[in-house]
Design a protein around this ligand. Structure first.
Ligand code: SF4
Length: 355
């Protein structure tokens, strides 16, 4: 009988120390965009990603030199690392030897059953999970011909073929991703697959785009699936510093009330009543609080029309006035603050609150 891949019923795997599936908290992933062969730059980016809350980090391994560097990087960081391999199974074996916590492969381009069996044999011995990544841009030819286009049904059929191959090789430490840059196709594909397999699902909308378009596509695609109970881990893809992907990921998790990390900033869009530089204030406060793990509500409002009401609902907040702001804490007016001191005082107040 088909097993639904809903979060609480998927089978549990571990990427290093991070549990995935079986009701574990939805894990946030990203991928470095440094040259993996540049150990220092890659370690630096991994540290920045970890500080932002990234729990699993994927690195591209395009050649043997990168595989060697992967080992050096692995010895310098604590966050679990996944090696992303295409075309050459020997790179997967090298990454496993260097301590990869997980592999991401596309069985369609890694060199056939023999190559895959070599990978599963070693990964199985080391108890290292493999993500089977099916991408709408690289489906099996026969599947494409049958469906006429890389439809959700085609992606699922391709995934099931790959899963059957892995199971036939005796390997079940898998998670599955089905990626398309079309948001509705992505949602449909994951919905269909979640009805058919028990493996944890890695969500993502591939090549999502720039900060604005990528955030919107990811929030709708990933957010909708997560709110339906589908998806055990995910990556937001942006043409951007990957740290931004992690911030967006946590905002999605907050919006669907699954995980809360970092202050929730509630700010108004401003209007003709605003008499302070609210955009500058919000940016400065958001940046200064970006690495805080606690999640107080911080209201930053432009004026006293709606400002105090929102600010009172928050743990802490300010409502702007002419060249000044009123500080609120837990619903109580604390004091008036001149505009040039607003950012620093609000930042300090939030830091003291979460100490
Ligand atoms: Fe305008 Fe004040 Fe509302 Fe902000 S809080 S949008 S400044 S009325």
């Amino acid at each position: 009988m088909a097993v639904k891949a809903k979060r609480n019923s998927t089978r549990r795997i571990h990427i290093g120390t991070v549990p995935i599936g079986g009701g574990a908290p939805v894990a946030v992933q990203s991928m470095t965009n440094t040259d993996t062969r540049d150990v220092l730059a890659t370690v630096d980016q991994i540290e920045r990603l970890s500080t932002a809350g990234c729990e699993i980090i994927r690195l591209a391994i395009p050649d043997q030199e990168a595989a060697t560097a992967f080992g050096e990087i692995k010895s310098r960081v604590e966050t679990p690392l996944i090696a992303d391999i295409h075309f050459d199974y020997r790179l997967a074996l090298a990454a496993l030897e260097k301590g990869a916590d997980g592999l991401r492969i596309n069985p369609g381009n890694i060199g056939g059953r023999k190559a895959i069996s070599k990978i599963t044999e070693v990964a199985g011995d080391l108890n290292v999970p493999i993500r089977i990544g099916v991408n709408s841009g690289s489906l099996h030819n026969e599947v494409l011909e049958k469906h006429g286009r890389p439809s959700p049904e085609a992606m699922v059929e391709s995934a099931l073929m790959n899963i059957a191959l892995m199971e036939d090789l005796g390997f079940e430490q898998m998670k599955i991703s089905l990626k398309s840059s079309n948001v509705l196709d992505t949602i449909r594909a994951y919905e269909l697959l979640s009805e058919k397999v028990k493996y944890p699902l890695h969500l993502g909308v591939t090549e999502a785009g720039t900060l604005i378009s990528g955030t919107v596509k990811s929030a709708i695609g990933i957010g909708q699936l997560l709110s339906k109970g589908i998806g055990d881990t995910f990556r937001v893809s942006l043409t951007r510093d990957p740290v931004e992907e992690v911030r967006v990921a946590y905002e999605i998790l907050r919006a669907v009330d699954l995980r809360h990390r970092g202050p929730e900033i509630i700010s108004c869009p401003t209007c003709g009543r605003c008499e302070i530089d609210l955009f500058g204030l919000v940016e400065k406060v958001e940046e200064a609080l970006a690495t805080i793990e606690a999640s107080p509500k911080v209201a930053i409002m432009g004026c006293v029309v709606n400002g105090p009401g929102e600010a009172r609902e928050a743990d802490i907040g300010v409502a702007g006035g002419r060249g000044q702001g009123i500080l609120f804490k837990k619903g109580e007016i604390i004091r008036k603050i001149p505009e040039h001191k607003l950012a620093d005082i609000l930042i300090n107040e939030v830091k003291n609150l979460v100490k």
